[in-house]
Design a protein around this ligand. Sequence first.
Ligand code: GLY
Length: 373
Amino acid sequence: MWSSAIKDAVEKIRRNMDAFGTRFPHVSKDGAYLLNDNDDWTNGFWSGLLWLCYEYTSDEAFRLGAVRTVEDFRRRFADKKVLDHHDIGFLYSLSSKAQWIVEKDESARQLTLQAADLLLKRWRPSGGYIQAWGPEGDEKEGGRIIIDCLMNLPLLFWAGQQTGNSQYRDIAIMQAEKTRRYLVRGDDSSYHTFFFDPHTGEPIGGATHQGYTNGSTWTRGQAWGVYGFALAYHYTGDRVYLETSKRMAKYFLKHLPEDHVALWDFNAPVTADTYRDSSASAIVAAGLLELIGHLEDGDPDRARFEQGLQDSMTSLVRNYSTIGQEAEGLLQHGSYHVRGGLSPDDFMIWGDYFYLEALIRMETGNKGYWYER
Ligand code: GLY
């Protein structure tokens, strides 16, 4: 089943590459991807999909398409186009860092290091965290951290390895630690975001941006935690991050509905119309693959995680993918921002990305672009 799902996905991406030209898919409306000019937080996922397809097929057309996106990311960096946020990690890990990992292109490595330097500028020493959104000194956003940022930390860890400069790693660890202490709750659920006093670093409280309520668990946030802490463990070897990833994964799997694919928030009232977020399940599947790879033989949770992975991916392929259909996207029923009234129940490029990353990792063992292989 995995290989036919991959082949179907690769052919869709090939068609999209021709149809989209130099533009980038973001989320869909009425079944068609909305395209943009590389000015959103999601653009790296398209680049990452093209690198995955290139590595899977060895087809030069995918390589050329992927390299073209990296050139676009170089222009974006030079123009500082919409880079005043923490998602520089998502953007440059899956574009220029992927190019470096796949073909050891030195200019791609340099661009990725510059991107890491830009991300470091969001470190706020007085608060002791990476500011997610908004400019420095922003009245509201100046004190906010968000759980999604865990997936931006691999860029810093990687830059530390490449340069030998410990500052990248030190800041990544401080951010992971802040996230673990303030965003992960005692019952292994999570806040989406948390506010601090930006001047003193005093904790204020948890809040949501895309979840159901401030105290609820937004499923995609929980998913970023599962994968992000597994990656923090990969880079640090600190078992506290492995345990945190495991705790969050158990919570996620335990609270899934019958078809094993997450609703958009674990605390949203459940009716027949409650939206799913298939992207949260795709992220967790990719994260479980990373997590399972770190478990010792005989780990008592291994069987539960392996079963969770099989159940989630089987349901995604059978019930949510567009396999065998004429469609632009790979995965249906993602929810971007239900609370904000944006694009519920549509294709989302990060859902497609993590779905294909997980499928390819299951089929070939290719670990993607979050770290050096
Ligand atoms: N990182 C933004 C989102 O997950 O919607």
